[in-house]
Every structure is written in structure tokens, then in C-alpha cells.
Design a protein around this ligand. Structure first.
Ligand code: 8YV
Length: 316
């Protein structure tokens, strides 16, 4: 195999980590504050490939400190932590792991949907606390089948979510930057229009500067006090402060959140609310899917090293 210097940025799945060490002698970037600057000053110019995850990525400064970087191999479909604009400018290839995680992320969206509307987690806590014995029946929840659902971002994952919810007889509309050809769902011209016309808004848009705070106070108000928000995309797509304020004031009925602005920090105010379901960013987190993501990450790396191009390149 061609001798290409590979840098590991952030922790990776053990299988990926071991494989890149064994097959490519990958070197791990020291953590910030533990000699990273010195390491980059002395060795930054040697690396041609960086292998990272959506959680860490190769951001603006790190990319600048790697003047001979030619490829970023990203574990995960989301790549908002990588400076794709700089990569494009410098002709650096960026790959991600699309499609293999669609099922699991869509399943997570549906799980949050059912949980938030029917209050499954809250009811589970009710039983464990002994409240069923002491207080009687659990309060009634909201019907989940047949709802008007708006999907923000009808990409690969958004479409699988829509297909799943067709099975729950939901009436589906969506908003994307442009209308998607060949789908029967109603297109809304803006996030506000989408929110105003649905009962549950599901955020499935890619993160990054273009979608930052797309769900703002106005969108949340349009969803209204009987509306629910589900986010399995990125915390950055939602104005988290506005969301918390609306939930606290009862201006939104509930929310199911797998992602947050400053993971692993979750706004303190949400912790005591039974109207929200909080997950630790586990959308793709099944053994089967993570194994497929690992396989595709390694296949992209192998392809870059042997042919100079990756299998699943990010379109900037
Ligand atoms: C991963 C994700 O957990 O693929 C993504 O974009 O958010 C998750 O599947 C994450 O990328 C790993 O850091």
C-alpha cells in the first residue's frame, strides 16, 4: 500500500482506531492543551489524510495547521464540524457515511415521536416511582397515529422517516431548500409555513451554517401550544434558548431531542420536564449500523489511498 501519513482526529470506534493504526500507522492528534500545538507545528505538514468523526471533524484552524492535507475521512453522515468551505477551496476531498444509518436514525425519530406524544418515558418513571399504586392511573396523553407531520429536510433520512410515518396514517408535508421531485408529500415554502400547517415538526436537515437556527422563535410559535418538536439532526438547527423558553411557558406541548447545541450538555431547565424526552445523541447507535459505518469509513480510506478518490464524497 502507498505510504500515506494518516492522522486520527478525536476518538473513533475501537475497530476503526485499531484498523487505521495497524494498516496505516495512523498517529493520534493530541488533545487540546496536551501538546497539540507543538505536535502540529512539528508534524502538521506530514499528514495527507485525517480520519475523524462527525463529533470532532477537521475545523478551520486544524485544517490550516495541516498544509498538505488532501482528504478528510469522516465517520458519520453529518460533517458540520469540518470546514468544508476551506476543504473545497484547497481541493481537499471530504467523505462521510451516508445511507447506512438511515434506518436507525429514522427509527430513533419515530421512537421519540411515539414517546413524546404518548408519554412513554414519563409513564415508565411514573410506574418506577410507585405513583401507579399511590396516585392511580397515569394522565391521558396525545394520539400519535394520523397526525399532521412536517419534516424539515427531506433528504435521505427525512424520506425514511416519512415512509415510516405513512404506516401511522400521518398526513405528511415537508420543507427543503428546493421541492423534491417525485414525492407525494405537500411542499411548504418556508419553515414557518411548514410549522403552521402541522402538529408535529421533525427536524431532519443537515447541520452547518446554512441551516443554523432554521427553527427559531417564529417557527416554534407557528407550531404552537399543541405542537411537538422532534430533532434527530443537529442541535444547531434549532434555537435552543427559544425552544426551552417555549417549553417552560407551555407555548409548545413537548419535544423529543436526540441532539443539542453543546453536547453532552443539556439545558438544565429541560431535565425536570415530563413533556420532553432527552436522548444522548444515539440516533445511529446500534451495533449493526455502527459496524456498517465503520466499514464504509475504512472503505473510503482504502479507496483514497489506492485510487486517490473516495467512495462517498460530500457534495459541497
Ligand atoms: C454519529 C451522527 O454518532 O452520522 C452522524 O451525523 O450524528 C451520528 O451517527 C456521529 O457522527 C459520530 O460522531
Amino acid at each position: 500500500m502507498k505510504n500515506i501519513a494518516v492522522l486520527q482526529v478525536g476518538p473513533l470506534m475501537p475497530a476503526v482506531q485499531e484498523s487505521i493504526r495497524e494498516d496505516y500507522d495512523a498517529v493520534r492528534l493530541p488533545d487540546a492543551g496536551t501538546g497539540r500545538e507543538e505536535f502540529l507545528r512539528l508534524q502538521g505538514a506530514t499528514f495527507e489524510v485525517a480520519v475523524t468523526s462527525g463529533k470532532f471533524g477537521v475545523g478551520t484552524d486544524l485544517m490550516r495547521a495541516l498544509p498538505n492535507l488532501r482528504a478528510v475521512i469522516n465517520f458519520g453522515v453529518g460533517y458540520d464540524t469540518t470546514d468544508v468551505a476551506q476543504a473545497t477551496e484547497r481541493g481537499i476531498t471530504v467523505s462521510n457515511t451516508p445511507d447506512v444509518l438511515n434506518d436507525c436514525v429514522a427509527d430513533t425519530a419515530v421512537a421519540l415521536y411515539l414517546d413524546v406524544l404518548r408519554k412513554i418515558s414519563a409513564a415508565d418513571r411514573y410506574v418506577r416511582r410507585g405513583d401507579w399504586l399511590s396516585r392511580g392511573n397515569f394522565p391521558l396523553a396525545t394520539k400519535a397515529s394520523g397526525k399532521k407531520v412536517g419534516i424539515l429536510g427531506l433528504g435521505r433520512i427525512g424520506r425514511v422517516i416519512a415512509r415510516r410515518l405513512e404506516g401511522f396514517d400521518c398526513d405528511i408535508s415537508y420543507h427543503s431548500r428546493t421541492a423534491v421531485a417525485g414525492v407525494a408529500y405537500r411542499y411548504a415554502a418556508s419553515p414557518v409555513e411548514l410549522a403552521a400547517g402541522c402538529e408535529v415538526l421533525i427536524v431532519a436537515a443537515a447541520g452547518g451554517p446554512a441551516s443554523a437556527r432554521l427553527v427559531d422563535a417564529e417557527v416554534i410559535d407557528a407550531l404552537g401550544p399543541d405542537g411537538y418538536l422532534i430533532n434527530i439532526a443537529r442541535g444547531s438547527v434549532v434555537d435552543e434558548e427559544a425552544l426551552v423558553a417555549a417549553l417552560l411557558a407551555g407555548r409548545l406541548a413537548g419535544a423529543g431531542l436526540d441532539v443539542f447545541v453543546e453536547e453532552p450538555k443539556v439545558p438544565e431547565d429541560l431535565l425536570s420536564l415530563d413533556s420532553v424526552v432527552l436522548l444522548p445523541h444515539l440516533g445511529s447507535g446500534s451495533n449493526e449500523t455502527r459496524a456498517q459505518m465503520a466499514e464504509l469509513t475504512l472503505a473510503n480510506l482504502r479507496s483514497y489511498v489506492t485510487t486517490g478518490s473516495v467512495l462517498t464524497a460530500v457534495q459541497a
